[in-house]
Ligand binder design. Structure first.
Ligand SMILES: Cc1cc2nc3c(=O)[nH]c(=O)nc-3n(C[C@H](O)[C@H](O)[C@H](O)COP(=O)(O)OP(=O)(O)OC[C@H]3O[C@@H](n4cnc5c(N)ncnc54)[C@H](O)[C@@H]3O)c2cc1C
Length: 411
């Protein structure tokens, strides 16, 4: 649907919506469905005319257990499983030494009904939720609607969404991604770092499970020269490599001979690897100074971005979406508590947990000092060998411990 020149009024003729969700990525989609299911009048404003079908745009593929619990409550986890791959083990490996530690998420079967990671492309979730929203009469999907500015008021917020087009809503969820126009319009700082190297993601149809016996479906492979992450998605194996921090290296990394060199260094083949697609990403660790300005709540990449090592960006964004929706629903019922806690709680998760854990993962993978590498390997293999420590590690890396802590539940 395209917006007309005179703004987008709610279907009841009041002119305003209960909630405007800016951005229809996995975070905005989750927020919109949660709020619409609760009966609020929701308008979704998405800049693109269609969700991306570009297979090389393969960012998040890992859904962690607490995220699956949220999506299950929304009734969409079943369909996500149909287009996903259950991944119940992961390994820390070393390029030259092989397996350092092997973890089996069966150890947390008593802690969650989803004791595994579900590997599925983030666009699958967006498509599943889009189909759900189409069946709800209280949702307006506006595509090709780029939010450019936000004007917060005491009782409602006005969004500019294209030339001469405004949308009014009592609440706004800004899920408009890392370059969030809403965050910028509100003048909220987004401090942090940009990693020196680019990250190259290559998807291949070759089956590493048959090339490397015993390999898990998710593998963090450390190396002082070129670490990598190797994981299986439903259709491909995907390798993530760091590209040295020079513009020239980034420019050449996508060349077929460079991609082949990197893949052949994992396991040499007598023929070229079949490459389905490849793409380069710039990676950052940034957290917004504020996650809320009155009736506007920031969620997902609009509020925080981090490196993908550990698969936590989209997951924590979906947790934001659930918390933001709950805060709005509680406020509508007259309970302002969750709204008042939203910023502090979600910002602490992004700043003190996701940012710290993912950055540490990067440091471990690329460690150059031989003594320190040996200590890390010894530590991880001791953790994996001790059932209680292994369970603690799995609760932390699966984001369950953090989700339970935030929700005030026992770990
Ligand atoms: C290589 C890589 C691998 C990753 N792997 C994982 C992983 O396995 N697990 C994980 O949890 N995370 C992962 N991430 C991070 C994850 O991709 C992001 O955290 C996630 O996409 C954030 O979702 P979002 O909905 O907040 O933002 P986005 O997915 O960026 O969606 C934002 C939406 O807003 C729209 N939009 C933007 N501006 C406007 C505007 N002004 N007006 C209206 N609409 C607008 C966009 O078109 C888009 O549809 C990975 C990232 C990278 C780079």
């Amino acid at each position: 649907m395209n917006l007309g020149p005179n703004g987008l009024g709610a279907p009841d003729g009041s002119g305003g919506y209960d909630v405007a969700v800016a951005g229809f990525g996995p975070v905005g989609a989750t927020a919109a469905l949660t709020l619409a299911r609760a009966g609020l009048r929701v308008v979704v404003l998405e800049r693109e005319t269609r969700p991306s079908e570009d297979p090389s745009e393969s960012r998040a593929s890992t859904f962690h257990p607490p995220t699956l619990e949220i999506l299950d409550e929304l009734g969409v986890a079943g369909r996500l499983h149909e287009v996903g791959l259950v991944s119940d083990t992961f390994q820390y490996r070393d390029r030259s030494e092989g397996v350092v530690a092997h973890f089996d998420l069966a150890s947390i079967a008593g802690d969650t009904r989803f004791p595994y990671r579900l590997q599925s492309e983030q666009r699958n979730l967006v498509k599943i939720i889009e189909a759900e929203l189409q069946a709800l009469p209280n949702v307006t999907m506006a595509t090709g609607a780029e939010v450019t500015a936000v004007k917060p008021g005491d009782d409602e917020v006005t969004l500019s969404a294209g030339p001469g087009t405004t949308v009014r809503a009592r609440w706004v969820i800004a899920a408009d991604g890392a370059r969030s126009a809403i965050r910028q319009s509100l003048g909220i700082d987004f401090d942090g770092i940009t990693y020196p190297e680019h990250f190259l993601v290559v998807s291949t149809t070759e089956d590493f499970a048959s090339l490397i016996p015993g390999i898990a479906t998710v593998n963090y492979i450390s190396d002082p020269v070129e670490w990598l992450v190797l994981l299986k998605t439903p259709l491909h194996w995907r390798a993530l490599f760091p590209i040295p921090p020079s513009e020239e290296a980034a420019a050449t990394a996508l060349r077929p001979e460079e991609t082949q060199r990197r893949l052949q260094a994992i396991v040499p083949l007598p023929r070229p690897y079949e490459v389905a697609h490849s793409r380069i990403y710039r990676v950052h660790q940034r957290v917004a100074d504020r996650f809320r300005a009155g009736r506007v709540l920031l969620a997902g990449d609009a509020a925080h971005i981090n490196n993908p090592l550990g698969g936590m960006g989209m997951n924590s964004g979906i947790h934001d979406a659930a918390a933001a929706a709950e805060a709005i629903l509680a406020a509508e019922r007259g309970d302002a508590g969750p709204l008042e806690r939203y910023e502090e709680t979600r910002r602490a998760v992004a700043h003190d947990y996701v940012r710290v854990v993912t950055h540490r993962n990067w440091e471990i993978l690329k460690e150059e000092d031989a003594g320190e590498r040996a200590r890390q390997h010894e530590h991880m293999s001791a953790v994996a060998a001790d059932p209680a420590r292994a369970r603690d590690h799995l609760l932390r890396t699966s984001m369950l411990a953090e989700a339970r802590r935030v929700n005030g539940e026992a770990g």
